[in-house]
Design a protein around this ligand. Structure first.
Ligand code: NAD
Length: 526
């Protein structure tokens, strides 16, 4: 394979420190192997230096009123719209997905998040009064303070929208950010930093530490003031250990093995189309991918027929070839998918479509549909992160819930039914951070909803008001309404014990009579 001349897409890399890098990484197109870029692996000292610069920028930024910060975020949104084609090309080259997918799945969603955060932050993060307006011992308020510097470590599958989503919440809350993009796809984060440098008052508010796991570790240990990590469960554990060393609050967005349950009354055509899209877009390299489908036995064969009809129209291939499914971005992912499909076959699954990697150069795997899959198979327990759709039958709702909840993951879950009440009731029994009825995956684009998982899919939330508040801590403010020379609870002389007990009964007795008699009895005590 021939090396490609370094493209001019990349920006002067805001956030990169000068001087020779300790090490460098080659970024290559996954569908052709062509060299896209060489980026430095920042070491501990360089990463700490970036965090120091970000910290200096964070102070004046957090002093700005919320509405002024929101205006800067809107400016960033305008720049993203202006540079949409360049962003799409950068993401497409480094991930292998078709540029149109980048427009739909990353740029549109990113702009929605930017717009929502700019509108909502002044309300969600405003200082608010608590407690009764006139009564009570103290006047109370809660205000939200930024942590300082947010370290944001991200994966390769959505290399623009994932860093942007976390960065936008962190910035709206008044933090500066240091991004550590995946070593496979550093370009989009660098482009984001360039746009942020133009939209925000200080170019050090969004800095990029390129590198691999070593740089990620260095960022955790810099340390930063709040950590947002998106990636695998295995790395998430390490990041959490690092966060524990510094007592840094972590937000962990980890893997998924999302289930779709199709009930007997479902409209099968859209359900099958959704399952095919949810399993195969971006070659299944999506944490929210439909990785398991459970269909009521009475509709199983019909559903599988419709899935095959839809899926057999799709093709995996290079991003400019007209194929709907692009390359597998991560070296090594093909082997994981092959191992899962082989294991399923050996344990009795039927391969109805695909099942063999495509011939020729590049990492491609064809859309693959399996039936007669069972919970013991790896394909039903572990994250496959490939274009494979395993379908199993169930007999009743109890079984469907048990099967869907039967993995260590809990990111998203989807239910398909014509009875919305039944769908909601069933969805409430699924252990997942997000549930959808009659749709899948698109919840990530609904900016006012919190996004995140339970169990091994992680903790903490991005998006929505919960996401904005993940990057800020609440400060409780209180002032006494009355200021006597001595408050009744300050070192009370022993003879005040009666009054304290009377007050306890008056405030917390079971009913009015109980309160009064209890208080009088306490006052009469010696
Ligand atoms: P990964 O865990 O291998 O890497 C993620 C990031 O962590 C990369 O930037 C990497 O360089 C960095 N890293 C590696 N070792 C580190 C260490 N010791 N300390 C700190 N940082 C370190 O994951 P990946 O292969 O890039 O991404 C795929 C995974 O991400 C899948 O499991 C997928 O489900 C998950 N994911 C989750 C979400 C979500 O929102 N829940 C979204 C997208 C992807």
């Amino acid at each position: 394979m021939e090396d490609h001349p370094r493209p001019q897409l990349h920006v002067p890399a805001p956030g990169l420190v000068s001087g020779p890098p300790a090490d460098a990484i080659e970024v290559r197109e996954p569908d052709t192997g062509l060299l896209v870029d060489r980026v430095p692996v920042l070491g501990e000292e360089e990463t700490r230096e970036l965090v120091g610069r970000a910290r200096a920028a964070a102070g004046p930024w957090s002093d700005l009123p919320l509405r002024a910060r929101a205006a800067h975020l809107k400016r960033l949104r305008r720049l993203v719209v202006e540079r949409a084609d360049e962003i799409a090309e950068t993401v497409s080259r480094e991930t292998g997905k078709p540029p149109i997918d980048v427009h739909v799945q990353e740029i549109l969603v990113a702009c929605d998040h930017l717009g929502w955060a700019a509108r909502a932050a002044p309300r969600v993060l405003a200082c608010r009064r608590r407690g009764p307006p006139l009564l009570g011992t103290h006047r109370r308020r809660v205000r939200w303070e930024p942590y300082g510097v947010a370290g944001i470590i991200t994966p390769w599958n959505f290399p623009f929208v994932i860093p942007l989503s976390a960065a936008v919440s962190a910035l709206a809350a008044g933090n500066a950010v240091v991004l550590k993009p995946s070593e496979l796809t550093p370009g989009p984060a660098r482009l984001l930093a360039e746009l942020a440098a133009r939209a925000l008052p200080d170019p050090d508010l969004v800095l990029v530490a390129t590198g691999d796991g070593r740089t990620g570790r260095a960022l955790v240990d810099a340390p930063v003031d709040v950590l947002s990590f998106t990636g695998s469960v295995a790395t998430g554990r390490k990041v959490m250990e690092g966060a524990a060393r510094h007592l840094t609050p972590p937000i962990l967005e980890l893997g998924g093995k999302d289930a779709m349950i199709v009930l007997e009354d479902a409209d099968l055509r859209p359900a099958a189309r959704a399952a095919v899209w949810g399993a195969f877009f971006h070659a299944g390299q999506v944490c929210q991918s439909v990785e398991r489908v459970f269909v009521h036995r009475s509709r199983h064969d019909e559903f599988v027929r419709l899935v095959l009809e839809e899926a057999s129209r799709l093709r995996a291939g290079p991003r400019r070839s007209g194929a709907q499914i692009g390359a597998l971005t991560r070296p090594g992912q093909l082997e994981v998918i092959e191992a899962h499909v082989r294991d399923a076959r050996e344990r009795g699954a039927r391969v109805l479509l695909g099942g063999e990697p495509s011939d020729g150069e590049g990492r491609f795997y064809p859309p693959t549909v399996l039936s007669e899959v069972t919970p013991d198979m790896r394909i039903m327990r572990e994250e496959t992160f490939g274009p494979v759709l395993p379908v199993a039958a169930f007999d009743d709702e109890e079984e469907a819930v048990r099967l869907a909840n039967g993995t260590p993951y809990g990111l998203d879950a989807y239910v398909w039914t014509e009875d919305r009440g039944r769908g909601r009731a069933l969805a409430r029994r699924l252990r997942a951070g997000s549930v959808m009825v009659n749709d899948c995956v698109t919840n990530y684009g609904l900016s006012d909803l919190p996004f995140g998982g339970v169990k091994e899919s992680g903790m903490g939330r991005i998006h929505g008001q919960e996401g904005l508040r993940s990057f800020a801590y609440p400060v409780a403010e209180a002032e006494p309404r009355l200021r006597p020379p001595r408050q009744p609870w300050w070192f009370p002389p022993a003879d005040r014990a009666r009054w304290v007990k009377a007050w306890l009964h008056l405030r917390h007795g079971a009913g009015l009579a109980d309160r009064v008699t209890g208080a009088l009895a306490a006052l009469r005590q010696d």
